[in-house]
Design a protein around this ligand. Structure first.
Ligand code: IPM
Ligand code: MG
Length: 360
């Protein structure tokens, strides 16, 4: 038997518990030695322990080879002080585990071309990889806070402030991740910034250009973020690998995901320099459909496949899961989010069962 892989399973809130259960079922179908341990995170952890990322959950994640994460958040926590909100759990995990490299593929499955809000010919065959820097930028930059303005347009008025910042090594390492990824794909990197306005972005651009010299086989171009947002809906197939900072990546990855018409299909990976990773669907906790058994578990199942490939070195098992997902789509099985006329509507558990069947 191969090495035992330790996986921390953190389902979280809303549909998180339902979709993670299906991914766990799929993992357990494979002939692998896995040690799965589950813990509370997000609102569920706040309710039970008074904190969205309890010490015990963080420790479990730190000691695991990989984290399988569902989703966090619910409207009922919106009034809490920021430090207690469910979102702090995912930000805390990213920061504490040093998960600086976020992979967000936007793939339009052939069977789902008509689910996109764009014309089918614009998205058919779409396969973009967004690489988002995940532990820097305005998300974590200090100082930040509230104060009374002493200058600006309204001195004396209450103001909020955040700090956008990137250091050279932070940009270098994410640029290398992007170039390496592009080498395994179509050898094109688009770096997205706002260098016409921001100092952070000018440094970003300078460093990316410098690192590109080590990758002469990869073509590099640069785009301002506003133009990138436009090009993504105008001609999305022009992109191969997109590398960008934390804030721009947050926005562009949602946009790219929606191009595929099926955010319920898209996995993601967040890795640190030891290839320890957190794997989660690109979508959120969807409190409006939680508990109804209708959520699409495929993004989480595909995240488990990414986990096998990137953190656990189980490439063959990852391939098998991805083929099984293709197979259930080809059989015409669809959850509500990807349903169209002429296909068969199934629930969360049925979809998970179908993937398990396809694996057998
Ligand atoms: C994401 C989410 C998070 C982010 C939130 C939940 C903090 O939108 O993973 O894209 O902004 O990074
Ligand atoms: Mg987001």
């Amino acid at each position: 038997m191969s090495k035992t892989h330790k996986i921390a399973v953190l389902p979280g809130d809303g549909i998180g518990t339902e979709i993670v259960a299906e991914a766990v079922k799929v993992l357990q179908t494979l002939d692998l030695s896995l040690e799965l341990e589950q813990a509370l995170v997000g609102g569920a952890a706040f309710d039970a322990h008074g904190h969205p990322l309890p010490e015990s959950t963080l420790k479990l994640a730190q000691q695991a080879d990989a984290v399988l994460f569902g989703a966090v958040g619910d409207w009922k926590y919106d009034q809490l002080e920021r430090q207690f909100r469910p979102e702090q759990a995912i930000l805390g995990l990213r920061k504490n585990l040093g998960l600086f490299a976020n992979f967000r593929p936007a793939i339009c499955y052939e069977q789902l071309t008509h689910a996109s809000s764009l014309k089918p010919e614009l998205v058919a065959g779409l396969d973009i990889l967004i690489i988002r820097e995940l532990t820097g930028d305005i998300y974590f930059g200090q100082p930040r806070g509230r104060r009374t303005a002493t200058d600006g347009h309204f001195p004396g008025a209450p103001e909020g402030f955040d700090t956008m910042r990137y250091s050279r090594p932070e940009i270098e390492r994410i640029a290398r991740v992007a170039f390496e990824a592009a080498r395994k794909r179509n050898k094109r990197v688009t770096s997205v910034d706002k260098a016409n306005v921001l100092e952070t972005s000018q440094l970003w651009r300078d460093v990316v250009i410098e690192i590109a010299k080590d990758y002469p086989d990869v073509a590099l171009d640069h785009m301002y973020v506003d133009n990138a947002a436009m090009q993504l809906v105008k001609e999305p197939k022009k992109f191969d690998v997109v590398v960008t900072g934390n804030l721009f990546g947050d926005i562009l990855s949602d946009e790219a995901a929606m191009l595929t018409g099926s955010i319920g299909m898209l996995p993601s990976a967040s890795l640190n320099s030891q290839r320890q990773g957190l794997y989660e669907p690109s979508h959120g906790s969807a409190p409006d459909i939680a508990g109804k058994g209708v959520a699409n578990p495929l993004a989480t199942i595909l995240s488990a496949a990414m986990m096998l490939r990137y953190s656990l070195g189980e490439e063959a098992a990852a391939d098998r899961i991805e083929r099984a997902v293709q197979q259930v789509l080809s059989q015409g099985l669809r959850t509500g989010d990807i349903y169209s006329e002429g296909t068969t509507r199934v629930g969360t558990v049925q979809m998970g069962d179908a993937v398990v069947q396809a694996l057998r």
